[in-house]
Ligand binder design. Structure first.
Ligand SMILES: Cc1cc2nc3c(=O)[nH]c(=O)nc-3n(C[C@H](O)[C@H](O)[C@H](O)COP(=O)(O)OP(=O)(O)OC[C@H]3O[C@@H](n4cnc5c(N)ncnc54)[C@H](O)[C@@H]3O)c2cc1C
Length: 397
């Protein structure tokens, strides 16, 4: 059956630049084909973002003979994994200070360490070429002297804490860049999210995992001998039931639509990307305003700028994709005044949906029966965390 006739497809106008760059239509059609669902699986993972891919990959490694399916309501998946900014990062000093208001500093450093472990794992599974990884370093940028002084005061303790956990030193150094005070993060990198996603999905398919696109989970009931799942099939809109001994939910921002008690709130993020510029002075990854604003080079001549959800928290608490005009105006002003780049050069815009928990720690647990596990709520910088979270979820079984 032709792939284009068989699945829900996000409209081309909604694609991220990463998806366009990969010529999504052709890539996906050559990689994936339609296969009907079987009636019984050993493991089913719901949600084919980075977390779900990592979960099925590690399940297949742990149980080489098991029958495993990964289902997603869309092809390509429609959440955050192919629509993010592609920062391969673990967190800034400014963000550490903000997060320490929510929980103990030790817990925040542990989460930064987990992000580092996740990135290392992702790179080791797929290789840097497949994920489009580049090690250009990163900066936290300060436009106000007082804020720079305040944040710099925590730099030494962050370096010490991360050295204790990783054995590596010099995570953060004071510097100046393009006329601004900054904290340099030499270990920070960047990747091409859609390349990383399709490389991972292709690997999982080659391992014999059934990638079942265009199936939306609409009901899940625990039975004595496992879990009964009901999915809606995209192209036909019909319902189908099947069974699995165990299930992992990796539906991140969309988890509440499956179980209202999962404490993950959706949070939309906006990304803007310029055309190729004659001069693009911001090479590497950059964070500002406690991580709410981020920008980076794409190639050497485009600038990506995103974030600013702090401008309208309530407006961005949504699972609907779209552009918040207030946030867009804020970002364009920032581009003009701070980055000194002409906002009329913006060529692409897209949104993605993250899932946040109250303390920014992901939900990773099994339900009482032990047959269903949750791996959701990555709360930003989830590219880094996802490989590790999926691995942990697989270890429940
Ligand atoms: C704009 C933006 C910029 C970001 N920038 C960065 C960054 O630079 N660096 C970084 O580390 N992180 C970044 N993130 C965060 C990161 O992208 C996410 O944390 C990460 O991709 C989450 O992966 P996931 O697999 O858990 O969720 P997702 O990628 O959202 O996957 C969830 C999947 O579940 C599927 N699904 C949902 N409900 C159902 C259902 N009922 N049935 C079947 N399937 C279902 C969805 O279709 C989706 O494919 C950014 C996020 C956004 C939105």
């Amino acid at each position: 059956m032709s792939i284009s006739k068989s699945f829900y497809r996000p409209k081309k106008a909604q694609w991220s630049y990463w998806e366009r760059e990969l010529k999504w239509d052709r890539t996906l059609a050559s990689y994936f084909s339609y296969r009907p669902l079987e009636s019984n699986y050993d493991f089913v993972v719901v949600g084919a973002g980075f977390t779900g891919l990592s979960a099925v990959y590690h399940l297949a490694k742990r149980h080489p003979r098991a029958k495993i399916a990964l289902i997603d309501r869309y092809l390509p998946p429609l959440g955050a994994s192919t629509r993010n900014a592609g920062f391969a990062c673990i967190g800034t000093v400014g963000e550490f200070i903000a997060d320490s208001q929510l929980e103990q500093p030790e817990c925040v450093w542990d989460r930064m360490h987990e992000r580092w472990q996740g990135l290392t794992l992702l790179r080791s599974i797929l290789g840097d070429q497949v994920i489009g990884y580049e090690s250009l370093g990163g900066h936290e940028l300060f436009t106000e002297e007082e804020e720079f002084e305040r944040v710099s005061g925590y730099l030494a303790s962050c370096n010490t804490a991360l050295k204790q956990r990783t054995g590596l030193d010099q995570w953060y150094n004071l510097t100046r860049i393009n006329g601004y005070n900054a904290i340099q993060m030499p270990r920070e990198g960047q990747l091409q999210p859609a390349m990383a996603w399709s490389g991972f999905a292709h690997l999982c398919e080659q391992m014999g995992i059934h990638l079942a696109w265009g199936r939306k989970l609409v009901d899940m009931t625990e039975k004595m001998d496992g879990v009964c799942l009901t999915v809606e099939e995209g192209a036909k809109g019909s319902h189908q039931q099947f069974r699995s001994s165990s299930v992992i939910l990796a539906t991140n921002a969309f988890s509440k639509s499956i179980d209202r008690d999962i404490s993950v709130s959706p949070c939309r993020g906006l990304v803007l990307l310029t055309k190729a510029l004659d001069s693009q002075p911001w090479q590497g990854t950059f964070h500002a305003q406690q991580g709410y604003i981020y920008f980076r080079n794409v190639g050497t001549d485009r600038l990506l700028l995103g974030g600013a959800r702090h401008v309208d928290f309530s407006g961005e608490t949504t699972t609907q994709f779209g552009v918040n005009t207030e946030i867009k105006a804020f970002l364009l002003k920032y581009m003009k005044e701070i980055l000194v780049i002409d906002p009329s050069e913006v060529e692409f815009e897209w949104s993605g949906i993250m899932g946040f928990t109250p303390d920014k720690n992901p939900v990773i647990r099994t339900e009482l029966s032990g047959n269903i596990a949750l791996a959701v709520g990555l709360s930003g910088m989830g590219v880094a965390l996802s490989a590790e979270l999926g691995r942990k979820a697989a270890e429940f079984f």
